[in-house]
Design a protein around this ligand. Structure first.
Ligand code: C5P
Length: 323
């Protein structure tokens, strides 16, 4: 199996919900940076991880890929003829860990699709998407791929009806990691502080609900971004990229400001922290420009390493059936 990393071209975050999650409106975009996953029958469920950041991926029951295997098994447990025996999942990582690229979710999506094949479970995509959503907020998108609008926690997906224009991205990997819950928590703190400041200035401020207290309204889809995607206009897309988590990621990882500024100075059409970071993404006008930008960025000493990727690409896909 091979499964892509995701970028968020828009990430609009609402106030925290009672369950600790945040309602989102996001535009997911799958790019050509892939993890490779295999699933083979085994005595007991286990996972082995190699490659980029492998030492930071748990190999026990906390591993998202194993949780996906368990979720599929539970979903098919009732009365199918499928052979849902134990599996050994191997993951060769190229998507950096805790980088804002949903690498762990990608591996979970691949494990789900792989076991559906291996066991002959025969679930269709709608059922797989439902199980994926139970495993993590970004797992369903890694099954789907392409470009899609995500709502709810990010798991309710609508494919974006856009021409298959290829976009050329440069990814700057940071020297460090950010924890997704920590970045959401930092955003809540920043918003609470802003709302507190505003309230102090306007002592007579009207009483509001939790959205108003956090200085934020329900998130909405960015019309300019969707119009850029429909017309395949990279310049317009570059201008429309947005991420509500970016100020929070920058507050926890201030060096990223320099990375973003360097990419824009070097001619990127747009620059953004990817998801909860710390990877930064840059849009280039062409494959050649992306090559130049990648070379200049890696020379500028503002990140650990650089990769080029194109998008959109399909979601988790079988590249070779087991022998
Ligand atoms: O769903 P997943 O396990 O990937 O989410 C990781 C963490 O990110 C959650 O525990 C939560 O703190 C945060 N999160 C959130 N709102 C979302 C998605 C994730 O607050 N929509």
């Amino acid at each position: 199996m091979r499964v892509p990393a995701k970028l968020n071209l828009q990430l609009a975050v609402g106030p925290p919900r009672a369950d600790g999650y945040h309602d989102l409106v996001t535009v997911f975009h799958a790019v050509s940076l892939f993890d490779e996953i295999t699933a083979r029958p085994a005595e007991r469920d286990r996972v082995s991880v190699s490659g980029e950041g492998a030492d930071r991926v748990p190999e026990d029951g906390d591993n998202l890929a194993l949780r996906a295997v368990a979720a599929l098994r539970a979903a098919v447990a009732s009365g199918t003829q499928a052979d849902d025996g134990s599996v050994h999942i191997t993951i060769a990582k190229r998507i950096p860990v805790a980088a804002g690229l949903a690498g762990g979710s990608a591996d979970a999506a691949a494990a789900l699709v792989a076991c559906n094949e291996l066991w002959g479970t025969g679930l269709g995509q709608p059922q797989l998407l439902e199980i994926a959503a139970q495993v993590g907020s970004d797992v369903a998108f890694a099954v789907l791929g392409g470009t899609a609008v995500g709502r709810g926690r990010g798991e309710r997906l609508t494919p974006a009806l856009a021409p298959a224009t290829p976009y050329h991205w440069v990814l700057a990997f940071a020297d460090g990691q950010l924890s997704t819950p920590a970045v959401y928590a930092a955003l809540d703190r920043l918003r609470a502080a802003e709302a507190g400041g505003a309230a102090a200035e306007h002592a007579a401020a009207a009483k509001g609900g939790s959205a108003a207290e956090h200085g934020t309204a329900e998130p909405g889809l960015d019309a300019a971004l969707m119009s850029a995607l429909r017309s395949g206009d990279a310049r317009q897309l570059g201008r429309a990229l947005s991420n509500d988590l970016q100020p929070a990621a920058l507050s926890l990882f201030p060096a990223l400001r320099k990375t973003l500024a360097a990419g824009l100075e070097l001619g990127a059409l747009g620059a953004l922290v990817s998801g909860s970071g710390p990877t930064c993404l840059f849009l280039a006008a062409s494959a050649d420009r992306a090559l130049d930008l990648a070379a200049s960025l890696s020379g500028a000493g503002v990140c650990r390493s650089v990769a080029r990727a194109t998008g959109p690409v399909p979601g988790a896909a079988v590249v070779q059936a087991a022998r």
